[in-house]
Design a protein around this ligand. Structure first.
Ligand code: GLN
Length: 440
């Protein structure tokens, strides 16, 4: 398989989608090839989670999702590039090169699973494991013109997921082919004794249940770019043509999702990151004659990126005694309110539908001019379903005048992945995906 290795290296030179390429001479004997986001631990293989602080970390175990793919006969060909610890929407917070969009190299692949979406886009029938906390599967899927599925929280074990926000993290799948996603979801799903939050009740059943009616929250369409608005409207017409009932509704709770998410996520992430001090994982090459807090300070100052430091400060502040009720506990109550507003709508409809992102992938020069708050608010459509733990999927649904892809996001009730997969397969038959030109 020297050939495969050479091909992947060539692709990587152009797109920077992998942080490690692992294809070896046995790859030809495997039933299928897959990649995994570098936030999933892989045995004996460097796992950096987009961070310099983890350079050199070789886990002694596989994440359950990776282990299950291997047990099914899969070969891991590479670990994909990402924003540091999953913090970002454009994969520009990676110190290991920034993944480039296969439709335009001047633009982002989205984030934080940007490398995964890039691999899914350029390698035909490839299946990539990603992780979503607040949109990191659907956002890059939308920007790279592929399908991206986030299952119900607990459907897939989090064992071996390097934690961002534990109550939010979910392992998902990306591919240019919806049938591949339907094929591999059952393989990675199921209760795992190593993750007490994983669950097999109810069982994943792929029975071909359909989506017959969708609710579109009109207030979610404010502030869309012109292209996304018209692409989305055209998709609504296609849905009606497929016999799906489309009803416009309002969902006022959506506007609280971003503030609640960024409090919950940074609170959880800031505690998780406390373990990275240059002693246990990754880099441990500091000056041991220093006092312990100077030693820790040195590592964290030197090897965490700016966005990671921002989230540690924000999350630590939100959890401080005296402020906890005002921020963290309140955000948890807001989260419950958002869950019940979805539940209410899903009594009447099979799914809630919005565009995935408010715009097509931005250029890198545009991203560098965005403030953190502008960049956080880009997640306003992907964050709500992630807060609820409900399964959701981004499917490619259009292209702008420059040929840049856009996606729409479908959310069903907890454990209703079957409907998403059935929908994606039907959508695949009516919507013509334009694959990017790849120099292979
Ligand atoms: N863009 C969101 C954030 O930066 C979501 C990231 C994610 O899902 N890991 O938090």
């Amino acid at each position: 398989m020297k050939d495969l290795l050479a091909k992947l290296s060539k692709l990587n030179d152009k797109y920077s989608m992998f942080t490690t390429i692992t294809a070896d001479k046995d790859a030809g004997d495997s039933k299928f090839l897959f990649s995994a986001k570098d936030g999933l631990t892989s045995k004996d293989m460097e796992t950096k989670c987009g961070s310099r602080i983890l350079e050199g970390y070789r886990p002694v175990f596989d994440a359950t999702a990776i282990a299950k793919m291997r047990e099914a006969g899969g070969k891991l060909i590479g670990k994909t590039n990402m924003d540091e610890f999953g913090f970002g929407s454009f994969s520009t917070n990676s110190p290991f090169g920034v993944p480039k969009n296969p439709y335009d190299l001047e633009r982002s692949c989205g984030g934080s699973s940007g490398g995964a979406a890039c691999a899914a886009s350029v390698i035909e029938y490839h299946v990539a494991l990603g992780v979503s906390t607040g949109g990191s599967v659907c956002c890059p899927a939308s920007f790279c013109g592929v399908y991206g599925l986030v299952p119900t929280y607990g459907r897939v074990s989090r064992y071996g997921v390097i934690d961002n926000g534990n109550s939010l993290d979910k392992v998902g799948l990306l591919s240019s082919c919806p049938f591949q996603i339907a094929k591999f979801l059952p393989i990675i799903s199921g209760k795992d004794p190593k993750d007490p939050t994983s669950c097999c009740q109810p069982e994943l059943e792929i029975k071909g249940k359909k989506i017959k009616s969708v609710a579109v929250p009109e207030n979610a369409l404010d502030g869309l770019s012109k292209d996304v608005r018209s692409g989305f409207n055209a998709s609504l017409d296609t849905l009606r043509g497929m016999g799906i009932d489309v009803e416009m509704i309002t969902m006022p709770s959506l506007k609280y999702a971003i503030p609640a998410y960024y409090i919950i996520e940074t609170s959880e992430a800031s505690t998780n990151l406390a373990s990275y001090v240059g002693m246990r994982y990754g880099r441990q090459d500091g000056d041991l004659s220093l006092k312990f807090d100077d030693y820790f300070n040195y590592f964290r100052t030197e090897y965490f990126g700016d966005e990671t430091k921002r989230r540690i400060i924000l999350g630590t502040y939100a959890r401080m005694a005296g402020l906890r009720d005002r921020y963290y506990s309140k955000s948890l109550r807001v989260r419950l309110h958002i869950i019940s507003s979805y539940k209410e709508i899903l009594k009447e409809h099979d799914a809630v539908l919005t565009p995935t992102m408010p715009f097509v992938s931005p250029r890198f020069d545009e991203i560098s001019n965005m403030s953190p708050v502008e960049s956080y608010s880009a997640d306003r459509l992907t964050v709500p379903p992630n807060l609820t733990g409900m399964p959701h999927m981004s499917v490619p649904c259009g292209y702008d005048g420059n040929g840049m892809p856009m996606g729409m996001q479908i959310v069903t009730d907890h454990w209703q992945e079957d409907r998403l997969l059935t929908f994606a397969k039907e959508w695949g038959a009516v919507f013509d995906v334009r694959r990017p030109e790849v120099p292979l």
